[in-house]
Design a protein around this ligand. Structure first.
Ligand code: CA
Length: 375
């Protein structure tokens, strides 16, 4: 009879407001549920007040709904049910009486880990990566306008990063009554694997190759997390930055053959047809509006636009230390899972909340390795 390997996780977690934004609208969380341990990175959208509320509602809703599912429910089904309910909560609230919350939403990436198996789910442009055998693989495909253009080979990754529509997401929590959550097939975790969850404050500013270098050089999960945040700050820190790094240790005597990781499907047009969109892009470069309407299916709501740094805002050249870790300062400097005071009770519109503090949702910091596999 085959024995399941016992698995322990070492988790690095960190969040930083960045160097430009007036508040942190990202939220991160780590929760226990009947169907496994859930790691979340949520990134709020919808302007002041709304974005932070939506991200916090996503964390709270997933926590509540995932803990309520019957333990016998398959994890991917539980994840789907919890995300649908959390989405409905945000959607309802966004259409309530509070105008400050109108059109709020959040992108989210989740990793549900049960024993040596992980389920990755996402909506929007928060990402999951797998680090295995010295290779970094992206596990999620951004739900963004520019990703569609990359898929159609109209842009390359670098052009997409700097594109004026880089902030336009086509799928997120709270934007529609029903969410189209993308849940990847179960991923069998191997000894030495590391799962990275991050908001676009990291992946939008730092190239995958640079992320991979940090993971090569830093074996400690928390040290690697802080190094990644530092990298985003050095790249300008123009957005909130959130990172969770989950390092897997198993007692498996023999490392099983690597399972194939979901590769980005090739969706390019065949042969000579490739030239048609490329030429059209060149001709219509100055007329993005028609492209948007063509690229965004009529059935989807208006894509949500994140708030880019305000024009004229000065990006400081000297990075600040991350909000977490040994160099951290401030009241919640050692608590990466702590969140700002509840957005509902925040200052009135127009007032800038101070500080980078977070509300705690779960135990803090780097937990000791858990021994023994989970049921
Ligand atoms: Ca963001």
């Amino acid at each position: 009879m085959e024995k399941n390997p016992s698995v322990s996780l070492r988790v690095g977690a960190g969040a930083h407001q960045g160097l430009v934004r007036e508040e942190n609208q990202d939220r991160i969380s780590r929760i226990q549920s009947p169907c496994g341990e859930l790691f979340i990175v949520a990134d709020g959208m919808g302007g002041h007040e709304g974005g932070a509320t939506a991200a916090q509602m996503l964390i709270d809703g997933l926590t509540e709904h995932l803990r309520a599912v019957p333990p016998e429910m398959p994890p991917d089904e539980a994840l789907r049910q919890a995300t649908e309910r959390a989405n409905a909560d945000i959607f309802r609230r966004a259409r309530g009486s509070d105008p400050r919350l109108a059109r709020m939403g959040a992108t989210g990436v989740l990793a549900l880990v049960q024993g040596s198996t992980a389920w990755i789910a996402h909506a929007g442009d928060s990402r999951a990566y797998l680090w295995r055998d010295g290779q970094l693989t992206r596990l999620t495909r951004d739900h963004t306008l520019v990703q569609r253009m990359v898929d159609h080979q109209m842009l390359n990754e670098e052009e997409a990063r700097h594109h004026p529509d880089a902030h336009v997401v086509t799928r997120s929590f709270g934007q529609r009554a029903e969410i189209e959550m993308e849940i990847a097939p179960a991923l069998e975790l191997l000894d030495g694997d590391r799962l990275l969850l991050c908001s676009d404050g990291l992946s939008g500013l730092v190239e995958d190759a640079a992320i991979a270098r940090v993971l090569t050089e830093q074996s400690d999960a928390q040290a690697a997390t802080e190094a990644l945040i530092d990298l985003a700050l050095r790249a300008g820190g123009s957005d909130n930055i959130s990172v969770q790094l989950i390092a897997v240790q198993t007692d498996a005597e023999e490392r099983p053959a690597a399972v194939p990781v979901a590769q980005e499907p090739h969706r390019g047009l065949p042969g000579a047809l490739l030239w048609v969109p490329l030429i059209l892009v060149l001709v219509l470069a100055g007329f993005m509006l028609p492209w948007r309407s063509w690229l965004a299916p009529a059935a989807e709501p208006q894509p949500s636009v994140r708030e880019p740094a305000a024009p004229g805002e000065v990006v400081p050249q000297v990075p600040q230390p991350p909000a977490t870790g040994p160099n951290a300062t401030g009241p919640d400097a050692t608590d990466p899972y702590a969140a700002p005071s509840a957005p509902e009770t925040g200052p009135p519109p127009g007032e800038v909340p101070l500080g980078t503090d977070f509300v705690e949702t779960e135990p803090i910091g780097t937990p000791p390795p858990r021994d023994g596999g989970r049921p």
